[in-house]
Design a protein around this ligand. Structure first.
Ligand SMILES: C[S@@+](CC[C@H](N)C(=O)[O-])C[C@H]1O[C@@H](n2cnc3c(N)ncnc32)[C@H](O)[C@@H]1O
Length: 349
C-alpha cells in the first residue's frame, strides 16, 4: 500500500528491500590474492553481475587512484525538502528510500557525481574509486542488525560511526538505541545526499513514537503511518553528522577539523571489505578513529567473488598489522557464508 504526501511508504509485503539481492561486482583481473578459507563455488551467489572485460580493466586502473576528497554534508534546514518526491518503504521497523525512484531522479539530474548512469551503463553495482555500492542495501546490514539484538549491543550514550554507511540503517539503529552521537560516512556524496540523509530524516520523524524508544528489530513493528511531514526531533538530528569521501581523507578531515572530535566508542561497518586494495586505508582509519577501549562490529561475506576480498583475508591482514584483536562472533551459513567480526585494540581493557 502506498501513501503520497511529501513522500510515501510502499509497505513491502516481503519486508525486504528491493536492492540488496542485486549486488554486482567487477571481476578482478588477477586472482593471485590468497583465497579465503571458505571458497564455495561462484555459482553459489547467482546475484553477481560482472561488467565487460574492457570495463573491468578501466575499473582496475581506477582502483589505484582512489582518493576521493572528504566533505562534510550539512543537514538542510528545510527537512521537508529532503523527503520531497521520495518513496519510502519499511523493513524491520525502519524507513528507507525506495532506490529505484532515487535512481530515476538521479538519471534526471540529481546525481552530480553521475554514479547512477555509470552504474547502469557498466552493468555493475561497484566501480572501484568511482562508485562503491552505497545506493543498495547489502544483506550483511541485516545480519548486523540481527546481531545487535541477539548480543544485546548497547548504544546508549555511545559515540558511533557507520563507516561505508550506504542507506545508513546501522547508524539509524544506533540512534534508536539512544546513541549520544552518530556519524555516517559513505564514499559517494550522492549516496549521502539522496539516500543516507533522507533515510535518517525519515526515521527521525513522528515525535517520540520511534526514535529513542529503545525498540529493537525483533520487537518493533514497521511504522503504520507515514509521517505527515518531516517534523524532525531536533535533538535526534543534531546528534548526526554526514561525511563523504575516501576513508583516509575522511579520517584526516575529522582529525584536523576545528570542530571538537572525540574518538568513537563503536564503529559499525557492513560489506566494506570486498576490495583488498582498500584494506590498508580501512585498517588505518579504524585505528585512528576508534577509542582506545572501543569496538568495531564488521559484517561481511566470507568471500567476494570477482573482487577477491573477504572476511578471512581481512582477518589475516589485521593479524599481520598486530594492532587489533579480532573475533568472529557469528557465522551465517546460508548459501554464501557470511560473518560478523568484532575488533578491539590489542592493548584495550
Ligand atoms: C557495498 S557498500 C555497503 C553499504 C552498506 N554498508 C550496506 O551494507 O548496505 C560498501 C560501502 O563502503 C564504502 N567504501 C568502500 N570503499 C571505500 C573507500 N575506499 N573509501 C571510503 N568508503 C568506501 C562505500 O561508501 C560503500 O557504500
Amino acid at each position: 500500500m502506498a501513501f503520497r504526501f511529501n513522500f510515501c511508504i510502499d509497505e513491502n509485503e516481503s519486508n525486504e528491500p528491493e536492492a540488496h539481492d542485486k549486488m554486482c561486482f567487477p571481476k578482478r583481473k588477477q586472482d593471485s590474492i590468497e583465497k579465503s578459507k571458505q571458497t564455495p563455488d561462484t555459482a553459489a551467489d547467482p546475484s553477481l553481475r560482472l561488467g565487460t572485460e574492457k570495463h573491468q580493466e578501466e575499473m582496475l586502473s581506477k582502483t589505484k587512484f582512489c582518493f576521493k576528497a572528504a566533505k562534510e554534508h550539512s543537514i538542510p534546514e528545510d527537512l521537508d525538502k529532503v523527503l520531497e518526491n521520495k518513496v519510502m518503504e519499511t523493513v524491520s521497523g525502519l524507513y528507507y528510500i525506495k532506490m529505484s525512484v532515487v535512481e530515476m531522479m538521479c538519471l534526471d539530474g540529481a546525481d552530480t557525481e553521475g554514479i547512477v548512469s555509470k552504474s547502469v551503463s557498466s552493468h555493475s553495482d561497484l566501480i572501484p574509486g568511482v562508485y562503491e555500492g552505497g545506493l543498495k542495501i547489502w544483506e550483511c546490514t541485516f545480519d548486523l542488525i540481527d546481531y545487535f539484538s541477539e548480543a544485546k549491543i548497547q548504544f546508549t550514550n555511545k559515540t558511533v560511526l557507520d563507516l561505508g554507511c550506504g542507506a545508513g540503517l546501522l547508524g539509524i539503529v544506533a540512534l534508536r538505541g539512544k546513541a549520544e552521537k552518530v556519524h555516517f560516512q559513505d564514499y559517494n556524496s550522492t549516496v549521502i545526499d539522496e539516500i543516507t540523509l533522507p533515510n535518517t530524516v525519515a526515521n527521525c520523524t513522528n515525535k517520540g513514537s520511534r526514535m529513542g524508544s529503545g525498540d529493537n528489530r525483533t520487537t518493533s513493528k514497521p511504522p503504520s503511518k507515514r509521517p505527515r511531514n518531516a517534523e524532525c526531533l531536533p535533538d535526534v538530528l543534531t546528534k548526526c553528522r554526514f561525511f563523504s569521501g575516501e576513508w583516509s581523507e575522511v579520517s584526516r578531515l575529522l582529525l584536523s577539523s576545528n570542530k571538537p572530535f572525540s574518538k568513537y566508542d563503536i564503529i559499525l561497518t557492513s560489506e566494506t571489505i570486498y576490495n583488498p586494495d582498500y584494506y590498508s586505508a580501512l585498517h588505518d582509519t579504524l585505528a585512528q578513529l576508534l577509542d582506545k577501549n572501543g569496538h568495531v562490529y564488521l559484517a561481511s561475506k566470507a568471500h567476494y567473488f570477482g573482487v577477491g576480498g573477504g572476511i578471512y583475508l581481512f582477518e589475516k591482514f589485521i593479524e599481520e598489522r598486530n594492532v587489533f584483536r579480532t573475533s568472529i562472533v557469528k557465522i551465517i551459513d546460508k548459501g554464501l557464508q557470511r560473518c560478523i567480526m568484532e575488533m578491539a585494540f590489542k592493548d584495550s581493557s
